[in-house]
Design a protein around this ligand. Structure first.
Ligand code: FAD
Length: 443
C-alpha cells in the first residue's frame, strides 16, 4: 500500500499501525488528544486500573522485542504468579502457576508503546480529529479531519477505525448509504473507583491481588477489588460495585473499605500517602458491532473497542485489541485484494470477539435475565463450574488461566477430560463454603 490511515492512537490503533508498517509506505496515525497531556478527553477510563494480560503482552513483545524488559527498566514491576493473590469471599484460592504480570498504569504502558511505535520510520503520528470518510466506487477513498483549526483531506489505500467505544464509523457508513453493523449489548452496570497510593515499604510476599465476592458475602457495594504494585513505587487500587452500588470518591470511605472489607494487602496499599483523587468510572454495557452481518465498503475496517468493548473486570481489552491486530497481520500476509470488502478479516476477527464476549458477558447476561439459546447457557454453566473448580484445583486453574489470559479459546474448557476433572472437583468441594458452585438449575 501507499498510505494507510489509522484513526485513534489507543492500544488498538498503536498495534494496528505497527502491523501496517510492514505493508504500507506511509502509516498516518491520527489522534485527537495531545499525547503529552496528563489526561485524555477521548479515553474516559485513562486513569482507571488496567492490567495487561500475558496473552496481549506476548503479542506486543513479538512486534516490539524487548518491550517488557524496557518497561521493567523504566520501573514497572514484573510479578511472578507467587506474588499475585486471588481471593473469593475473602478466602485465598489457588494461583495458576503461569500468571506472570507486568504491572503498570495505563498511561505508563501506552506511553511506552507509543514511544516504540514512533520510532518506526513508516509511521507519522498526527494530532487531529477525524470527521468523516470519503467514498468512491464502493470503497473508502480517504479521511476528512480537523487539525490546527483547519479541515484537511487525506487520501488513503486503507483506513482503520480504532476510535474506541464511541467510534462514529457506523454513523459515517449510514450517512453514505451503507448499512450499520448490528450492535449487540449486555448490561454490565459496573462502577469503578480507582485510587493511587505511595508505597511505604515493598512487601516480600504479595504485590498484587484480586478479590471477588459472591452475592451472599457482600452488601453489594464491593463486588470485586484489585490492587497492583506499579511504577514509581505506587499501589494502584480499584473497588468495583454493580448497579446502584457505586464506590464513592470519598478518600476516607475508600480507605476504610480497603482496611475493613478486603484481604490484608489492600490495607497495606492504602497505608501510604494518596496520589491524586479517587477517580470513578461507570460502564453501562458490554457492546459489540457485527461487521460480518453487513455488506461494508472496501478499504475500511475496525479494531479494538470500536468493534467490541466489554465488561472490564476480566481485563481483556488491550489483549483483544492485540489479537485484532494479529488478525490484521494474518489477513495482510495473504496479500488480499484491497478493492474487495474485507469479509475474511471480519470473520477471523469475529472468532476473537466471540471468545472474549463469552467470558465477559457470561455472568452479566444471566444476571440481566436475557433470553439465551441453550448452547450459550451450557457454555456459561461450564464456565461458572470452571471458575468454581479453579479455586481449589491447580490443573483446572491453569486451564482457566490460559483462557482468561487470552492464550486459549473458552471452548477448550469443554474438553471431556478437563470437564470431568472440573465436575469431580466441585462434587467433592460442594458444601465446603470455599466457593459458590452453580447447580444445574442455573441452566
Ligand atoms: C474502567 C475500565 C477499565 C479497564 N481495564 C482494563 C484492563 O485492566 N485491561 C485491559 O486490557 N483493558 C481494560 N479496559 C479496556 C481498555 O481500556 C480498552 O479495551 C483498550 O485500551 C483498547 O481500546 P482502544 O484502543 O480500542 O480504544 P481507546 O483506548 O478508547 O482509544 C481510542 C482512541 O481513539 C481516539 N479517537 C476517538 N475518536 C477520534 C477521532 N474522531 N479522531 C481521532 N482520534 C479519535 C481517542 O482519543 C482514543 O485515543 C478497561 C476499560 C475500562 C472502561
Amino acid at each position: 500500500m501507499g498510505t494507510a490511515v489509522v484513526l485513534g492512537a489507543g492500544f488498538a490503533g498503536l498495534l494496528a499501525a505497527r502491523v501496517l508498517a510492514a505493508y504500507a509506505e506511509r502509516v498516518v496515525l491520527l489522534e485527537q488528544d495531545d499525547p503529552h497531556a496528563g489526561s485524555r478527553r477521548g479515553v474516559g477510563q485513562y486513569n482507571q486500573v488496567h492490567t495487561l494480560l500475558p496473552g496481549g503482552r506476548g503479542l506486543i513483545e513479538r512486534w516490539f522485542p524487548g518491550f517488557t524488559q524496557e518497561a521493567v527498566e523504566l520501573g514497572a514491576p514484573m510479578l511472578h504468579s507467587s506474588q499475585i493473590g486471588a481471593y473469593f469471599n475473602g478466602v485465598r484460592t489457588v494461583s495458576a502457576p503461569t500468571t506472570d504480570l507486568l504491572c503498570a498504569s495505563r498511561p505508563f504502558l501506552e506511553r511506552h508503546l507509543r514511544d516504540r511505535v514512533a520510532q518506526l520510520s513508516a509511521i507519522r503520528i498526527v494530532t487531529g480529529r477525524a470527521e468523516g470518510l470519503e467514498f468512491t466506487d464502493g470503497a473508502v477513498a480517504g479521511v476528512r479531519y480537523r487539525a490546527e483549526g483547519r479541515s484537511h483531506f487525506l487520501a488513503s489505500d486503507l483506513v482503520i477505525d480504532a476510535m474506541g467505544r464511541a467510534s462514529r464509523l457506523s454513523d459515517w457508513l449510514d450517512d453514505a448509504g451503507w448499512p450499520r453493523p448490528p450492535l449487540r449489548r449486555v448490561t454490565t452496570g459496573i462502577n469503578y473507583a480507582t485510587g493511587y497510593f505511595r508505597a511505604t515499604s515493598i512487601p516480600d510476599d504479595l504485590l498484587a491481588a484480586i478479590a471477588h465476592f459472591g452475592p451472599d458475602h457482600s452488601d453489594g457495594s464491593t463486588t470485586s477489588a484489585a490492587v497492583n504494585m506499579i511504577e514509581d513505587r505506587q499501589w494502584m487500587v480499584v473497588l468495583a460495585g454493580l448497579g446502584q452500588h457505586r464506590p464513592g470518591r470519598d478518600l476516607d470511605d475508600f480507605v476504610a473499605r480497603c482496611r475493613n472489607d478486603l484481604p490484608p494487602i489492600f490495607r497495606t496499599a492504602v497505608g501510604g500517602e494518596p496520589v491524586g483523587d479517587i477517580l470513578r468510572y461507570h460502564q453501562a454495557d458490554s457492546r459489540s458491532r457485527d461487521f460480518t452481518a453487513i455488506a461494508s465498503p472496501a478499504r475500511v475496517l475496525s479494531v479494538g473497542d470500536a468493534v467490541a468493548s466489554v465488561n472490564p473486570v476480566y481485563a481483556q481489552g488491550i489483549s483483544s485489541a492485540a489479537l485484532h491486530a494479529a488478525c490484521l497481520a494474518d489477513y495482510l500476509a495473504d496479500r488480499p485484494d484491497l478493492t474487495e470488502p474485507f469479509d475474511r478479516f471480519f470473520r477471523r476477527q469475529r472468532l476473537v470477539v466471540d471468545a472474549v464476549w463469552q467470558v465477559a458477558t457470561a455472568t452479566d447476561s444471566a444476571r440481566a435475565g436475557h433470553r439465551r439459546p441453550m448452547a450459550e447457557r451450557i457454555r456459561t454453566w461450564i464456565l461458572n463450574q470452571t471458575f468454581a473448580a479453579a479455586a481449589t484445583n491447580a490443573q483446572v486453574a491453569e486451564s482457566l488461566n490460559l483462557v482468561t489470559s487470552l492464550f486459549a479459546h473458552p471452548d477448550t474448557l469443554r474438553r471431556p477430560a478437563l470437564l470431568a476433572r472440573t465436575l469431580r472437583t466441585n462434587h467433592r468441594g460442594r458444601g465446603s463454603g470455599r466457593i459458590e458452585i452453580p447447580d444445574a438449575q442455573a441452566l
